[in-house]
Design a binder for this molecule. Sequence first.
Ligand SMILES: NC(=O)c1ccc[n+]([C@@H]2O[C@H](COP(=O)([O-])OP(=O)(O)OC[C@H]3O[C@@H](n4cnc5c(N)ncnc54)[C@H](O)[C@@H]3O)[C@@H](O)[C@H]2O)c1
Length: 357
Amino acid sequence: MAKIAVIPGDGVGPEVVSVAVRAIEAVARARSLAFELVHFDYGADRYLRDGVTLPPGQIEDFRDHYDAILFGAVGDARVPDNRHAREILLALRFQLDLYVNFRPVQLLDERFCPLKGKGPSDVDLVVFRENTEGLYADVGGIFKKGTPDEIAVNEDVNSRKGVERIIRAAFDWAVAHGKKRVCMSDKSNALRFAHDLWQRAFREIAADYPQIEPRHLYIDALAMKLLETPEAFDVVVTCNLFGDILTDLGAALCGGLGLAASANLNPKAPRCRGLFEPVHGSAPDNAGKGLANPLAAVLSAALLLDNLGHAAEGAILERAVRAAVAASVLTRDVGGDRSTAEVGDYVVAEVERLARG
Ligand SMILES: NC(=O)c1ccc[n+]([C@@H]2O[C@H](COP(=O)([O-])OP(=O)(O)OC[C@H]3O[C@@H](n4cnc5c(N)ncnc54)[C@H](O)[C@@H]3O)[C@@H](O)[C@H]2O)c1
């Protein structure tokens, strides 16, 4: 039996995750799949109540006894330094060594795209963002804080192992999914040491995949090209910071954060394959108002099912989302007038219908 940890988190997290959970339960029921979903209350409320972010041993428990984690979002103004978010989400990504941040940039309907004349066949790529190193490695310090001589440093950490494995993951995925092009993006003209490593690793690894056309673009050029010719890209691989920024741009090409799904993966993990979450944050401005779009969370649940070996069931969740889009049963962020619950009910009913058919 697959065991899934569910961490809804803060803000809109619980609202969107409850829809994703209902979608998973509906497809599991219809297809007689045995899933055990275990809910955890980690987030700002718990932290403010008893000081717990993740209790000792929890990460090891996830690593050894769970197959996946379904996650909402963390972030709450009552915790001004967002300490709990770092100690929950970044700790899970780093300590479970979830080195692949897999973020599809897939346009579901032409009307969501702000680019003139571009449709779903033009905007259909995936970004492989390095997820455990770079400027997010939390190495650095502040000296003479609060004085006019203050110096703040964040080190950009790039290991040969870390760079190689994310590039290889991008090529492997391209081959497995019949894609022809992998573009690596860096800023090696300015970051002469760290991104020289990316250049050398990319050239070496690309030679192992002669069927794939390798391409390199500096990140500033890629940001421009993605808007001009998104159809020129199948797979993009890049570092932690650039991937973070680029995928918000990608989300904007597809209708916004309410539709952007992601997976944090360790393809080599013996048991816990990854943490699956919408790209968006806790959206406190929308929380509790029925305004949150649950589709990114449902698409993240589809990635979860796919990665647990249930590709057909993952595809059912994705088709249910496409059905909601086709029927315009949508929240306001993507031009609809329905509530989170109404969109959720529609998607779950579609999942049930498709799973029976
Ligand atoms: N992975 C995460 O947990 C994560 C990611 C990003 C931000 N955060 C945290 O979330 C908090 C808010 O950050 P932010 O405002 O910069 O980013 P955000 O993604 O929460 O919101 C950005 C904008 O998108 C809208 N939005 C986001 N999700 C939506 C949804 N499902 N449906 C409709 N609209 C949606 C919001 O209303 C807001 O206007 C902060 O505390 C931040 O640190 C967490």
